[in-house]
Design a protein around this ligand. Structure first.
Ligand code: GAR
Length: 218
C-alpha cells in the first residue's frame, strides 16, 4: 500500500471489545489504519489493559478534572493533535461530545451503535428492540454528528430477534456483528473510499451488498 496508515485513536469507557476488534484488524499488514492511541475517560476501563498488553499508547482523561464540557473536549482535542491523530473511533465511549469537538473532527470521527439506526438511539437498545417486537435488530457504524447517535450511515449489520431472546442474548448476537462491521468501516474511511454528500455516505467502488449486510442463519 503506497499510502501511510492513518493514525487512529479509539475512545472507550469500559470493556473495549470493539476497540480490541479494531486493534486485531489493524494487525493485518495491509490494513489502512493503525491504532495509535486508546483514550478512556475512566481509569478503570477494562479495555485499557488490553491496549497496554498490545503495546498501544493509552491515555486516561477524566472529565471530573475539568471545569466543564468545553474544557474537557479542548483537552481531548489537544491530545489528539499532539499524538498526530487523523481518525477517531468512538467505541462504547459513554460521554456526549460538544458540537465544537464534533465539528473539528467532522467526517473523521466514527461511532458504532448497537441498533439499526435511526431506530433505537440511546441506551438499552436490545431490551427496547425485544419490547417493540422487531424481527430484525443490529448495529450501525456511522459518522458522528453533534446530536446523539446521528450521522451519515457507513455500514449496518442485521441479526434476527428470536422469540425467547433476553437482552443479554440479543446483545451478544449484535456485538459479534459490531466486531465485523466496525473494522470494515474504519478500513473504508482510512483508505479514502468514503465521502459524505447531503448527509449520506457514498462508498467508492462499493462491493456487493453481501459484504456489508451480515445476516446470520436463524
Ligand atoms: C457496544 O455495544 C457499543 O455499540 C455501545 O456500547 C458497547 C460497548 O462495548 N455503544 C453505544 O451504545 C454508543 N451509543 P465495548 O466496550 O465492548 O466495545
Amino acid at each position: 500500500m503506497s499510502q501511510q496508515r492513518k493514525r487512529t485513536a479509539v475512545f472507550i469507557s469500559g470493556r473495549g471489545s470493539n476497540m480490541a476488534a479494531l486493534v486485531k484488524a489493524a494487525q493485518a499488514p495491509d490494513f489502512p489504519a493503525e491504532i495509535s492511541l486508546v483514550l478512556s475517560n475512566k481509569a478503570d476501563a477494562a479495555g485499557l489493559e488490553f491496549a497496554r498488553e498490545h503495546g498501544i499508547e493509552t491515555l486516561v482523561l477524566s472529565h471530573r478534572d475539568y471545569a466543564d464540557r468545553i474544557a474537557f473536549d479542548a483537552a481531548l482535542d489537544a491530545h489528539l493533535r499532539i499524538a498526530g491523530i487523523e481518525i477517531v473511533c468512538l467505541a462504547g465511549f459513554m460521554r456526549l461530545l460538544t458540537p465544537w469537538l464534533v465539528e473539528r473532527w467532522r467526517d473523521r470521527m466514527i461511532n458504532v451503535h448497537p441498533s439499526l439506526l435511526p431506530s433505537f438511539k440511546g441506551l438499552d437498545t436490545h431490551a427496547r428492540a425485544i419490547e417493540t417486537g422487531v424481527r430484525l435488530h443490529g448495529c450501525t457504524v456511522h459518522f458522528v454528528r453533534a446530536e446523539m447517535d446521528e450521522g451519515p450511515i457507513i455500514l449496518q449489520a442485521a441479526v434476527p430477534v428470536h422469540a425467547d431472546d433476553t437482552p443479554d442474548v440479543l446483545a451478544h448476537r449484535v456485538l459479534e456483528q459490531e466486531h465485523v462491521i466496525y473494522p470494515k468501516g474504519l478500513a473504508l474511511l482510512a483508505s479514502g473510499r468514503l465521502r459524505v454528500e447531503n448527509e449520506r455516505t457514498i462508498v467508492s467502488d462499493e462491493r456487493p451488498v453481501r459484504d456489508v449486510l451480515v445476516v446470520p442463519r436463524v
